[in-house]
Design a protein around this ligand. Structure first.
Ligand SMILES: Cc1cc2nc3c(=O)[nH]c(=O)nc-3n(C[C@H](O)[C@H](O)[C@H](O)COP(=O)(O)O)c2cc1C
Length: 217
């Protein structure tokens, strides 16, 4: 499938959480999803086990069922969280940006079922009763591949968002998709669609020197 010919650094700096700029009408070819997943499988994962699975959901009824679970998850506190984040803004400019982000998050909540592809990265095992180290290894077994998928998607003109709100109802989502819940943990839901326009900017982030520590805290 054609790529946008972005440099590696451009892909790293412009892979945004895309919500309002997703094309809800343009079909996404199965081949491009396969290509992005082939690249994702090159990510690191502990040992030789490769206990990862990627459930790709295109069926409209299944997407609606997942979106309803996501909305149930959102109803548990998304609005309060968004309001808290906006209230934490250091100045008016930051508050305006956070208000925009909150609008975008609400838009996704309302429109999730219309997004043509949902990808659910899964890992064999469940984190609930593991030690901190074992939990780190389990989540770490799938998150690099998840981000690689999102980068590969961006370089092909697709937008994604890493979301977790449906996980409050993970067991119900497992039933919808036939995932064996006791053995396999869902780690995210990535809505995927072609983007409206292909230009995205680097995001404002805290200056590096406020988060960087050399040799000691
Ligand atoms: C672990 C994790 C969970 C997230 N969960 C959600 C979610 O449930 N819904 C949502 O709209 N965005 C979710 N996001 C997306 C973040 O809100 C997004 O990365 C943030 O808006 C920054 O976007 P930017 O990289 O374009 O600046 C999540 C991101 C991460 C890393």
């Amino acid at each position: 499938m054609p790529t946008l010919n972005l440099s590696f650094d451009e892909v790293l700096t412009t892979t945004r959480a895309v919500r309002k700029r997703l094309d809800l009408t343009r079909p996404v070819e199965p081949e491009v999803i396969r290509e992005c997943l082939e690249l994702a499988l090159q990510a690191p994962t502990p040992g030789s086990e490769q206990n990862w699975h990627f459930v790709v959901v295109t069926d409209p009824k299944q997407r609606l069922a997942l979106a309803e679970l996501y909305r149930k998850g959102a109803s548990l506190g998304q609005e309060q969280n968004l309001q808290r984040v906006i209230a934490s803004a250091a100045n008016e400019q930051e508050a305006a940006k956070l208000t925009k982000m909150a609008d975008s998050a609400r838009y996704l909540t309302s429109h999730l079922h219309e997004i043509p592809v949902h990808v659910i990265p899964c890992i064999q095992g469940r984190a609930e009763h593991l030690s901190g180290t074992a939990q780190a290894a389990l989540w770490g077994a799938i998150l690099p591949a998840t981000w690689s998928f999102m980068l590969a998607a961006r370089s092909r003109g697709l937008g994604t968002i890493l979301t977790t709100l449906h996980l409050d109802f993970e067991r119900e989502a497992a039933e919808v998709l036939g995932i064996p819940y006791e053995q396999v943990m869902q780690t995210a839901l990535l809505p995927v669609a072609y983007t409206l326009g292909t230009t995205f900017k680097p995001a404002p982030r805290k200056p590096l020197d406020t988060v960087l520590r050399w040799n000691k805290w």
